[in-house]
Design a binder for this molecule. Structure first.
Ligand code: ADP
Ligand code: MG
Length: 243
């Protein structure tokens, strides 16, 4: 059986700052529809990896392919807007002067009816039907976060890149929003690279975990495997903090 083309494939990606490699020979594949969590302690190179995939940071070497097509490498560098990726960060800044509906519609093309249809479909999925005419400041942090998710998903990105998207949220809200987010991502069939330093988040959300340390991926596997068969003592210690 031929293997399906991965949604994302990165090969030997490397990036140094001031002569120090912060992402060192990282390779990773994500299948269509799969959620992969890049998990590791602060400073291990997660965001730099994600930023290179997004196209806002340039690798020193390596290759990045989306749906089998090089977006970086082989003499080619596609700009961020041509990569078909959706982005979500901790600081998910909505446009404050635009309504919720206009925020979600922002990246959409096509006629008004089809844009409005897509907006109401997404607001329903994130449980914010009826919020379309409100402005961001009238919403709670959790509601704003769900609007940001709808906005990022609106143009049907091939790949969602999420960098610690829940870390600014109140603890009490976080689990609920993680579950809603995962449900919507799965419904939309998005492939996802989710960066987090929190093991419980990765265990809750990932189909596959890539454990990163010191610029390297040290272990890849299902949440069950990574949790139950840590590759070394440091990996075991990293997971043991979970309460
Ligand atoms: P993580 O997201 O895992 O916390 P980062 O990828 O943000 O880690 O950073 C990895 C390392 O690279 C850190 O030591 C950080 O200080 C360094 N770094 C990141 N971006 C830059 C930059 N633009 N210039 C210099 N050093 C950087
Ligand atoms: Mg980071």
């Amino acid at each position: 059986m031929p293997q399906p083309v991965p949604r994302l494939e990165i090969r030997a990606l490397t990036r140094s700052f001031g002569g120090r490699p912060v992402v060192n020979n990282v390779s990773l594949t994500i299948a269509p529809g799969q959620v992969t969590c890049l998990l590791g302690p602060s400073g291990c190179g997660k965001s730099t990896t994600l930023r290179m995939i997004a196209g806002v940071e340039t690798p020193d070497s390596g290759e990045i392919l989306i749906d089998g097509v090089p977006v970086f490498g082989a003499g080619r560098t596609l700009p961020p807007e041509a990569r078909g990726v959706g982005l979500m960060f901790q600081d998910f800044a909505l446009f404050p002067h635009l309504t919720v509906a206009r925020n979600v519609a922002f990246g959409l093309q096509g006629d008004r009816d089809s844009r409005m249809k897509r907006v109401s479909e997404l607001l329903e999925k994130v449980n914010l039907s009826g919020y379309g005419d409100k402005h961001p400041h009238q919403l709670s942090g959790g509601e704003q976060q769900r609007v940001a998710l709808a906005r990022a998903l609106a143009p049907r990105p091939r790949l969602m890149l999420m960098d610690e998207p829940f870390s600014g949220l109140d603890n009490r809200l976080r689990d609920g929003i993680r579950d809603t987010t995962l449900e919507v991502l799965k419904e939309e069939g998005a492939a996802v690279l989710l960066v987090t330093h929190e093991p419980d988040e990765a265990l809750r959300m990932a189909d596959e975990i890539a454990l990163m340390r010191g610029g390297h991926i040290v272990q890849r596997g299902s949440p069950y495997n990574v949790y139950n068969s840590p590759v070394d003592k440091a990996a075991a210690a990293f997971f043991s903090d979970i309460n």
